[in-house]
Design a protein around this ligand. Structure first.
Ligand SMILES: [Zn+2]
Length: 300
């Protein structure tokens, strides 16, 4: 007999039950607290966990969710060291935003984000989507080199609004996807200088020596180093259809400077393609904690 689906489990999360489960900001914060502090609050500075030393402040003058550490006399909330820190956006909107991003196969523009979440400004929407995309970059499936059989495929991106050619700042760039056949995982790179040398260098840096590389017959692959077993065929199965439609359809005016952030977002969803939207959202949520130093880099 099949068990009845439990709406509080991530794999069954849908937009509908997220809106119910996180109906108030209080609900959302409680969820985040039980998620980040499964054994009770932890002081972010001295790591104290003793409930007599670290406790929730209950007085009316203090904003909800503030905790106090007696040891370092510091006040903090659960959002310290997460991407939700230093923002006035309710946690509830962050959670719904994460779900929207996890569930949108072709990506979601910041403008759509602003409208759907009812955010005060486009700037706020950009702040949220950039932060989410930024943490999705980290780690990923390949902290090691890609190995075994590797399928490589490329697509081109260049804003249509500006003239390409000499002197143009936004020439076409290539987005190159490397898929490891054994794991089905993809990692994509933005190749700013589209050349056979640039391609060879990128492959050398990211693919283990001795790997078998399948590409199409493009001249871009003419200089692949001899320590790889390179096979070129007329057609390589493309893993890029969603990226193409997303980048072309959703993010028409993207400048190439930010392209790696968007490409990382598409890789993240591609690599999590076999799980439910809810599970994908939870995988995103896991990446949102312990990010303080990386977020400083985003501001810079
Ligand atoms: Zn402390």
């Amino acid at each position: 007999m099949k068990k009845k689906a439990d709406p509080t489990l991530p794999e069954t999360f849908t937009l509908d039950n997220i809106l119910t489960t996180f109906a108030t900001d209080e609900n959302a914060r409680t969820f985040l607290e039980s998620w980040i502090w499964p054994r009770g609050p932890v002081c972010p500075r001295c790591k104290q966990t003793d409930p007599l030393r670290v406790y929730r402040m209950e007085c009316a003058s203090v904003r909800a969710g503030v905790h106090n550490c007696k040891d370092c006399r510091r006040q903090f909330t659960v959002t310290v060291n997460t991407i939700f820190e230093d923002s006035h956006i309710p946690i509830r909107k962050w959670i719904i935003g994460l779900f929207l991003m996890a569930a949108s196969k072709k990506g979601m523009s910041s403008l759509q984000f602003q409208r759907i979440l009812g955010l005060g400004s486009y700037r706020t929407a950009l702040f949220m989507t950039d932060r989410i995309r930024f943490v999705l970059q980290d780690g990923g499936p390949f902290e090691r080199k890609i190995k075994g059989h590797v399928e490589i495929d490329e697509c081109y991106y260049g804003p249509k609004t500006r003239k390409a050619g000499p002197g143009s700042k936004d020439k076409k760039v290539a987005v190159v996807g490397l898929v490891e056949r054994e794991t089905g995982q993809r990692r994509s790179y933005v190749l700013k200088r589209v050349s056979a040398d640039g391609m060879a260098k990128m492959i050398d840096e990211n693919v283990e020596d001795g790997a078998t590389i399948n590409t199409d017959a493009s001249g871009l692959y003419d200089r692949i180093p001899t320590w790889y077993d390179h096979k070129s065929v007329n057609h390589v199965e493309s893993s890029f259809s969603l990226l193409r439609r997303g980048v072309i359809g959703t993010f028409r005016s993207l400048t190439t400077k930010y392209l790696p952030l968007y490409v990382g977002e598409f890789d993240f969803r591609f690599n999590q393609r076999k799980v439910t939207d809810g599970e994908r959202m939870v995988a995103m949520l896991k990446k949102t904690t312990g990010k303080r130093t990386t977020l400083k880099a985003l501001k810079a």
